[in-house]
Design a protein around this ligand. Sequence first.
Ligand code: G6P
Length: 615
Amino acid sequence: MCGIVAYKGQKDCFPILLDGLKKLEYRGYDSAGVACLVNNKIDITKRAGKVKELERAIAGKKSSKNCNGLGIAHTRWATHGEPNQKNAHPHSDESKKITLVHNGIIENYDPIKKFLRSKKIKFKSDTDTEVLVQLIGYFYNKGMLSFEQSVRAALQRVDGAYGIVILNTDFPDMMIAARKGSPLVVGIKDGEFFIGSDVSPIVKHTQKIIYLNDSEMAVIDGTNYEIKSVDKDVSLPKKVEKIDYKIDDFDKGKFKYFMHKEIHEQVTTIHNTLKGRSTKSSVLLHGLSEYWEEIKAAEKIYITACGTSWHAGLIGKNLIERFAEVPVHVEYASEFRYNHSIMDNKTIVIAISQSGETADTLAAISKANDFGAITIGICNVAGSSVSRETNCGIHTRCGHEIGVASTKAFTSQISILYLFALKLADSRKRITKTDMKKHLEMISDVHQKDIKSVLKKEKSIKKMAKKYQNASDFLYLGRGLNFPVALEGALKLKEISYIHAEGYPAAEMKHGPIALVDKNMPNVFIVPKDKTYDKIISNIEEIKSRKGKIIIVTDSKDKILRDLSDDLILLPKTNQYMFVMLATIALQLFSYFIAVAKGCDVDQPRNLAKSVTVE
Ligand code: G6P
């Protein structure tokens, strides 16, 4: 799971490739590497760690001055083999003629490696990728097949997923790219070619894009190119799309970390998500219009996603079932893709993804499409694979999210799900005009002042965070709409501070997790003043009597909560839907300050990637 960028043209490769890698670092930052053609030899530079390490190494190289025209680059999230320099891409075959970068996993690498070893081929790395490049080299160096035929022969023998770009020193004017399962995009501009695992490293240079489909390859030779099939030597039509997409250079502004900036941005991002999507009496979701007749007649809805987006899905289930009375199943995309889900053309599958590139979510969409279900994407990145592979969809419009731990995307996803639930309820006549109006009034008054007032509590939240920074385990507990908030609070803490945390339904905690509670264990309770209030008070008492530390996030000023709590975050009084957002933001800040206090790399936590592009 990694990012690929490649360039073929007349310019110096390094600035283009390094800039592209920085845009792709959200896909992994275990190592980075570049291979360029210099004087008809492959010049490779790789470093363990982030792109800035590679940048430093390249700055010190002479070859960086004369590397014109042909280069491939890669940022890695380790799957096979440790995240060190040896395993960093690009990888070459034994003859050093053929070099490639790869995104995906070669599942049958082991038997192929054994076969190649039996032919006395030696391996330098522990990666599945090296097996693929050695296999291409094996076919090519036998002298029977052309470069292109060797690539095809190797790809026909591998199982799993790949997006690859390959160079061959015998063909200094040629570059081959191919994909199966891992997206790859080709940008075209007057004799120059840019290849990326998504459009982010390309759009700065050209808006003319070809999205490669599975089992397609792009063969670039000089200033010409052909799209061909991986399965047989036939040309395929070139479908050049003009995209209207801009990526700004990323700027942290006055903040030390992107995550902190993105938490603060929620004052406007939630508003931007909702803006123009409703009138006083109805919800407008134009992205769904074409399929609305089918959507409104749905007998069943699946929501599928990963990580934080999956938590948004749980809130979506609550809202859709509550308002529209359609049964909703929420499944991890990694499970959904292999489960025996029962779907047909009366089933709606909603895929939620910030990045739109998560491999499991894409596989789930593909499965739903095969079953004839109507697929809806709720996605933040226009032009991403999720946007393109679903039948219809809604963009969350919250701007680029760079911190690996998702924050503003989550509250925007919930906002969209809220709108969707209301629209569906309205079309199915499950909500009165008066109730609909009330909800839409709430939406139009997006409570920016309430979000601001939570953000103003930063100082006290920071103080609290310092107090708990050395805890080794946390429990996060909530009920109803706030159970997913508890899950998300626990996930945020785990991701960025490496403290073990579990989210649980507040009452279910009695069935196991309570055994963990002792005087050192902080328990975060999310307690809105709603119909679950009294029940949660009982759950708090149960923990309190076992001497657990109690942290309460609430909108109630009741004395009992102050008496029961060791620490309390008081949120402004709003409504139960807005409470979910405000509690989430408070918990994001809490995790953030704990991670900062512990000296963690908040924006790029260890072992994680912003978008998980392998299974
Ligand atoms: C990774 C990220 C999470 C994110 C999840 C799903 O695990 O670290 O923050 O929630 O992927 O990503 P998506 O882009 O599909 O929402």
